[in-house]
Ligand binder design. Structure first.
Ligand code: LLP
Length: 419
């Protein structure tokens, strides 16, 4: 069972709060998060990197709810952002004085201007064109923009192809062999300050080996930069630590072990005044969240059994998009026989499923099911497909809960449209 989730009186609780009670209070579907779990995990990073003075920049895309951002900033996390919208959220959540790293291959001039004005800690540059655009925008504003080059080391992260980012086949970063040349160019631009070196090879990495490979590569690049008399003040090692999706391939590293590995691998940077930064997302919020959905009905198509629920791929797209596995637990424990069933939503396409042929205790209309490990890339990837309003979000801690996002109404769905 995930940390801070347990059954009490046969009912599943999140951080001491009954998910049945929440369903009555906020309706279904809804996301519930354990704040204790989020803070435990984020603190494990913050404390784990303390021996080397490392910094944690939470990857906002994993879950960008304002309250969650605020809680993470309060315990010393910074932010890794990839859009003007994420920058806006970070500033609104009180993150104006935390380290902010701006990553992404498609930064526009408007986003760059906003980030320069917000004095972000670093732009992670992913192309020559981007470097030149940032330089000219900074120059126009009489500013000096701090940059790191995000290098693409061509390392296989051994993860789902859609979330692998460190291969030449992927759109990310600057190819290793062009990196030093780009540093040389950046060094001579007056409106640019060369500040760091960055890398992110993928997400949901479950073993230590690809990380170690990319760190070795980065350390070698730092050495080469030293030889060229280019000094940096930080090394950004990216995010990517995986979690347990109950698919038989749990992450083999705890956050503490991961941080120990980072500390050991980067010891040599201690006397060079280079701060290590990392950008975890999933491993902080993933296991802390659940999507609770209600069974509308069950049906048989021939001998095929379906459990139709009120949540759908627009609420949690991971199973449809990556064929990812999320454990499904009954909110109220039952002794019903276990049958193989497809758990599907009401959306009009066959790709709308949460599980296929999953053995679950036979459910009936009105039963609540909890899709576990849904705190990362769940709510943040939600859409309104089939004109389904975005669902409510609830944060729980020590048996107390608060709603941190209202359920949208039909009025909200059409609020920005006009005839
Ligand atoms: N830094 C950069 C530059 C990234 O691109 C990402 C994730 C992270 C940090 C955070 O990685 P994490 O620690 O969360 O693995 N929607 C997909 C995941 C996409 C990840 C994209 N980049 C999913 O649901 O699996």
């Amino acid at each position: 069972m995930y940390q801070h989730f347990d059954y009490k009186s046969k009912t599943l609780h999140c951080d001491g709060v009954s998910l049945e009670t929440l369903a009555t209070e906020v309706g279904t579907p809804f996301y519930a998060y354990s704040l204790s779990s989020i803070l435990d995990r984020a603190s494990a990073y913050v404390n784990g990197l303390k021996p080397i003075g490392g910094k944690v920049c939470y990857s906002v895309k994993a879950n960008s709810n304002l309250t969650i951002l605020k809680e993470l900033f309060a315990i010393g996390c910074g932010a890794d952002i990839v859009s003007g919208g994420e920058l806006y959220r970070v500033l609104l959540a009180g993150g104006d004085d935390v380290p902010i790293i701006f990553s992404g291959v498609g930064k526009t001039k408007e986003e760059i201007d906003a980030a320069i004005d917000a004095r972000v800690t670093c732009f992670n540059i992913e192309s020559v064109d981007e470097l030149d655009l940032i330089a000219s925008r900074a120059s126009l504003r009489n500013a000096v923009a701090p940059i790191a080059i995000r290098v693409n080391p061509n390392i296989d992260a051994k993860t789902h192809p859609y979330i692998s980012t460190g291969l030449y086949d992927n759109k990310f970063g600057v190819p290793a062999k062009e990196t030093l040349q780009l540093y040389k160019r950046a060094k001579d631009i007056p409106s640019i300050k060369v500040s760091g070196l960055a890398c992110h090879i993928g997400s949901q990495l479950t073993t230590a080996q690809p990380f170690a490979e990319s760190w070795n590569f980065l350390l070698e690049t730092v050495r080469q930069l030293g030889e060229m008399a280019i000094s940096i003040d930080h090394l950004d090692i990216g995010g990517g630590l995986g979690i347990n999706y109950g698919d038989g391939k749990p992450c083999q590293l705890s956050i503490a072990e991961f941080c120990d590995n980072v500390c050991n691998a980067t010891k040599s940077l201690a006397n060079q005044d280079i701060t290590v930064m990392c950008e975890p997302g999933r491993s902080i919020v993933g296991e802390a969240g659940t999507l609770v959905t209600k069974v509308i009905r069950t049906k048989l198509n021939g001998s095929k059994h379906f459990t139709v629920v009120d949540g759908a791929m627009n609420d949690l797209i991971r199973p449809s998009l990556y064929q990812s596995h999320h454990p499904i637990l009954p909110v109220r424990e039952k002794d019903n026989e276990q049958i193989p069933t497809d758990v599907v939503g009401p959306i009009c396409e066959s790709g709308d499923f949460f599980a296929k042929d999953r053995k679950l205790a036979k459910a009936e209309a009105g039963d609540l099911l909890a899709l576990m490990a849904a705190g990362a890339y769940g709510a943040s990837m939600a859409s309104r497909y089939n004109s389904r309003p975005i669902v409510a979000e609830v944060l729980c801690k020590d048996s107390v809960w608060k709603q941190i996002r209202k359920r949208e109404s039909y009025r909200d769905l059409v609020a920005l449209e006009s005839f």
